[in-house]
Unconditional design. Structure first.
Length: 417
């Protein structure tokens, strides 16, 4: 057995546990056939009930505790909920690990450099040792980096901070390196929800120009005349075309015209807006701090490499220095990657946002055409309005329900008559 669709489960909950196929398809932006199949499966497994109206339309009624019923029945659902909690902890540890590695890398490099230079200086005569001890302060730069992690830094940082950021330092390092994910991961879900919302707001009958602001490429000018871009919409929501006497095509969707409850108009944006990618959710000071530490780490790795390459450390191999020498190339690679990855990502985001902005402009231009509709377009919308309909199925409209025995329903019906 296959576990019920979580998207359909969420839609049923948000719609008040009494739904039609059209309600769920509109709420979740699902294919009508998929919504129908999913509701049947959910009703079967979650002790749902079917209500059939006099016109043959079906209402699905679910108990408010259906999730508990499913959770007790399906091990998979329990495992999914458990893994969701575990993954939240694991992903947090992964995110902060990059900041921890940065701090550890700087600490190892700095301490190794100090040990090597101090040991080298100790072999010299007292006069040279005295003169060099004053010049060795040049390497205090690296230990001073740890001021950022001192208890006082938090106070100074809060006083100087201009931007608010919900990320701590270690989370900010991950955000600086890899960003914060795709802001349009649910773009397709939003697209179909908004298209279904437009159809529902117009009582199940629309024209192509009302849908085009939510689509991507609708073809060249000559292709747009045939409105081929409406085919996926018709397929998804079981739409039907109709042609006016003037040869204009309109579309109506019978399944989306039937609802379990009376609903007000949905708030739908005038076009589908793709959100721009952000370089990082960290504040400007956190980004500056991450950049500075990254540069310090890389420069420190180069200095350490020079000392190791010159053989200065050969006499002092052992302990921490030996360990750092063994992982030196890993430290150098991490330092280079820490600066290289954000740089590449910056230019990639810039290119991606340009493409995204172009698609948004195209959708806005289509929305403007609709907003300033000419006489021909208004005539087309008026014809579509003839197919608009809305049917709300109440308990008085029911011919049959699985909630009670069929004989009881017959008695009740005759009593009403």
């Amino acid at each position: 057995m296959v576990a019920p669709n979580p998207i359909i489960m969420s839609a049923v909950e948000s719609l008040g546990y009494r739904v039609t196929v059209g309600d769920v398809a509109t709420q979740a932006g699902l294919n009508v056939a998929e919504a129908n199949q999913g509701l049947l499966a959910l009703a079967s497994e979650a002790n749902g009930h079917l209500q059939v109206s006099d016109t043959g339309n079906i209402i699905y009624l679910f108990p408010k505790s259906f999730r508990t019923t499913l959770r007790n029945k399906y091990l998979r659902l329990r495992l999914q909920e458990w893994w969701k909690k575990v993954w939240g902890v694991l992903f947090y540890l992964i995110r902060i690990s990059f900041g921890v590695l940065l701090v550890a890398s700087i600490a190892l490099i700095t301490i190794a450099i100090i040990i090597i230079i101090t040991s080298a200086n100790s072999d010299r005569n007292s006069s040279n040792r005295s003169s060099h001890s004053s010049s060795g302060g040049g390497f205090f730069y690296f230990p001073n980096l740890f001021w950022y992690f001192s208890p006082d830094y938090s106070t100074h940082y809060q006083e100087r901070r201009r931007e608010k950021s919900e990320l701590n330092f270690f989370e900010a390092v991950f955000s600086f390196l890899f960003g914060d994910g795709n802001p349009n991961t649910n773009l397709e879900e939003r697209r179909w929800r908004e298209i279904a919302g437009v159809i529902r707001n117009h009582r199940g009958a629309v024209i192509a120009e009302q849908i085009s602001p939510y689509l991507d490429d609708i073809g060249e000018k000559y292709q747009q005349e045939y409105e081929d871009y409406m085919l996926p919409v018709l397929t998804r929501f079981n739409g039907q075309p109709a042609v006016s006497p003037e040869g204009q095509i309109v579309y109506y969707f019978p399944e989306l015209q039937v609802s379990a409850t009376k609903k007000s108009l949905r708030s739908v944006p005038v076009y589908l807006e793709e959100l721009p990618w952000r370089f990082s959710a960290a504040s400007s000071e956190q980004i500056l701090l991450s950049t500075g530490l990254g540069i310090a780490n890389f420069v420190g790795a180069l200095v350490l490499g020079n000392l190791l390459r010159n053989g200065t450390a050969a006499l002092y191999i052992g302990g921490l220095v030996a360990f750092v020498q063994g992982i030196y190339w890993l430290l150098l690679a991490y330092g280079a990657g820490f600066l290289g990855v954000p740089l590449v990502r910056y230019f990639w985001i810039k290119w991606r946002n340009q493409k995204m902005a172009s698609r948004n402009r195209d959708r806005i231009s289509r929305a403007r055409i609709l907003a300033s509709a000419d006489a021909e377009l208004q005539q087309k919308m008026a014809y579509a309005h003839q197919f608009a309909a809305e049917q709300v199925i109440s308990n008085e409209d029911l011919a049959y329900t699985t909630e009670t025995d069929l004989l009881e329903q017959e008695v009740e019906r005759k009593t009403k008559e």
